[in-house]
Design a protein around this ligand. Structure first.
Ligand code: GLN
Length: 536
């Protein structure tokens, strides 16, 4: 079958959950046995989101091949249970960089380089590349931002051109829009959606399907109005109500036969979906038997999207115990005082210290980790969280006073965490960390080995600093176990404190590989320990 294209745009406001809609449709199609590739096109000028603050943009999701990507790729992977890569996230910055490089090489043979056709051609070539490379049944392309944004225009224009190249029946456009509720008049309003579709149409794109984000069920009368004014059939006005769990969304869309509408418009026959295990998962999510209260101590706690994969991974591991997870966000900057750290952890059952950069909040992280270690509270450290666990142990157990990472104190007397040799001479911060998938060898008899049940694992990385091997022996002699190392033994990947039920920290990011139906082994190990101590 030739690849069919599904374009997903958003209207009225940002943060509508277009990524969840795209991922959910991907799920409905893969559940029918179709192969699907999902791509995100982001209109900002950054070449990738790797250099953006998590406060602004949320988490940077890392793929196996080491691409630093938009967090929506995390949703795509979790919903469709596939591993994505560099090709799945394209930004304006990347497109412009490519075009300007070609111009400098003289590849445009004297032409005036312009938005149309040069930028739009480059965008289209990325849209085609995924189809050539993977030959999937469907490519779903989500465009970031909101219709009407100036910076999104080249992408919308590229879609318009590409759709006419593809010809009738080979692509559809889905517009995700907001149907707000006005409490004063007690009404759901369709006008913003009508306007948004009018703008989309003015760019030459008539959507085939409307997905309407709403806080309340949309009555038939309003759906008819949307159908009439937006020129879509009634069956293609899909309601997408706020739900308790994002994993319910595919089933809510399936109940409205969204996949059938998509397939019909693409002149394809429907197949029976295999959603049995997903339905079971959602049943489980909707009927939790207990609640685990877990602390996440970091510095980006004001924006939960900054740690979205960590939160989702905790939930996935919680599902195995029929438990819902209540997150207690601890701003590590508030825990610089040990007494405050103690107070903050008083009412939680486990602690996660996730990744991060820079000195802000470090002393607070060391304090919460010390509390978890001393009180045998289940603890999981991720990347920076692992480096902090090593610093805490070096200071408070090994006795290396003021031990630190050279990231925070270049002149520290005991640099137990130091910049990796190959990172020392790198210039520029964009895309230059140790990124992506690397192997790690596990030590038999450790908690990590037991959790994975394997000798060699592969995990995704994003860091510049590492455990300084000069201190390894000293730290090990004092009781911390290095349970995972790189295959040549040169790089420490996992540490654990064997006296505790679960005190494990890793240099890599396991949160990028957890899936709702396959929770990650380290999160499972952590949650098993939480469950064992849990009192109803
Ligand atoms: N800042 C640390 C480093 O660069 C940790 C990075 C992270 O947590 N992703 O090594």
């Amino acid at each position: 079958m030739t690849t069919k294209y599904i374009f997903v745009t958003g209207g009225v406001v940002s943060s509508l959950g277009k990524g969840i809609v795209a991922a959910s449709l991907g799920k409905l199609l893969t559940a029918r046995g179709f192969s699907v590739v999902i791509q995100k096109f982001d209109p900002y000028i950054n070449v990738d989101p790797g250099t953006m603050s998590p406060f602004q943009h949320g988490e940077v999701f890392v793929t196996d091949d080491g691409a630093e990507t938009d967090l929506d790729l995390g949703h795509y992977e979790r919903f469709t249970d596939t591993n994505l890569g560099r090709i799945n996230n394209v930004t304006s910055g990347y497109i412009y960089q490519t075009v300007i490089k070609k111009e400098r090489k003289g590849e445009y043979l004297g032409a005036t380089v312009q938005t149309i056709p040069h930028i739009t051609n480059e965008i289209k070539s990325r849209m085609k590349k995924a189809a050539v490379q993977f030959k999937p049944d469907f490519v779903i392309i989500e465009v970031g931002g909101t219709i009407g944004d100036i910076e999104g225009l080249p992408f919308i224009e590229a879609i318009r051109q590409f759709r006419s190249e593809l010809g009738y029946g080979n692509s559809i456009s889905i517009h995700v829009t907001l149907v707000p509720y006005l409490p004063t008049s007690g009404e759901l309003k369709t006008k913003p959606s009508q306007h948004s579709v009018a703008v989309l149409r003015s760019y030459g794109i008539q959507p085939e399907i409307l997905v309407c984000r709403t806080s309340k069920p949309i009555p038939k009368k309003e759906k008819e109005k949307l159908a009439l004014f937006c020129s879509v059939p009634l069956e293609a006005v899909i309601e997408c109500k706020d739900l308790k769990s994002i994993y319910e969304v595919p089933l809510a869309l399936e109940a409205q036969e969204m996949a059938q509408v998509v397939l019909k418009r693409l002149q394809l026959l429907d197949k029976k979906p295999h959603l049995e295990s997903w339905i079971k998962l959602v049943e489980n999510i909707k009927n939790p038997k207990k609640t685990f209260k877990i602390a996440i101590a970091g510095k980006y706690t004001k924006l939960s999207d900054a740690y979205i994969s960590v939160v989702e991974s905790l939930k996935h591991a919680g599902y195995k115990h029929n438990a819902q997870i209540e997150i207690k966000w601890i701003n590590s900057e508030d825990c610089v005082d040990y007494a405050k750290a103690k107070e903050a952890l008083k009412d939680v059952e486990g602690l996660v210290v996730p990744g991060g950069f820079g000195i802000r909040g470090i002393e607070g992280k060391l304090n919460v980790i010390r509390y978890a270690r001393e009180k045998n509270m289940p603890f999981l450290g991720l990347c920076l969280g692992m480096q902090c666990a090593v610093i805490e142990y070096a200071r408070n157990v090994v006795g290396l006073k003021n031990a630190n990472s050279t990231e925070f104190d270049e002149g520290t007397q005991y640099p137990v965490i130091d910049i990796m040799l190959e990172q020392k001479h790198i210039e520029g911060l964009g895309g230059t960390m140790r990124l992506g998938k690397y192997e790690c060898r596990l030590k038999k008899g450790t908690k990590a080995h037991k959790a994975y049940g394997q000798d060699i694992i592969e995990e995704r990385h994003r860091h510049r600093y590492e455990v300084n091997n000069e201190y390894k022996q000293q730290i090990e002699d004092a009781g911390l176990v290095f349970s995972g190392v790189s295959p040549d033994g040169s790089l420490c990947e996992i540490v654990e404190y064997p006296k505790n039920d679960w005190f494990v920290a890793c240099q890599f990011h396991p949160e990028f590989k957890s899936r709702p139906e396959h929770a990650h082994p380290l999160f499972i190990g952590f949650m098993n320990a939480v469950n064992q101590k849990h009192k109803d």
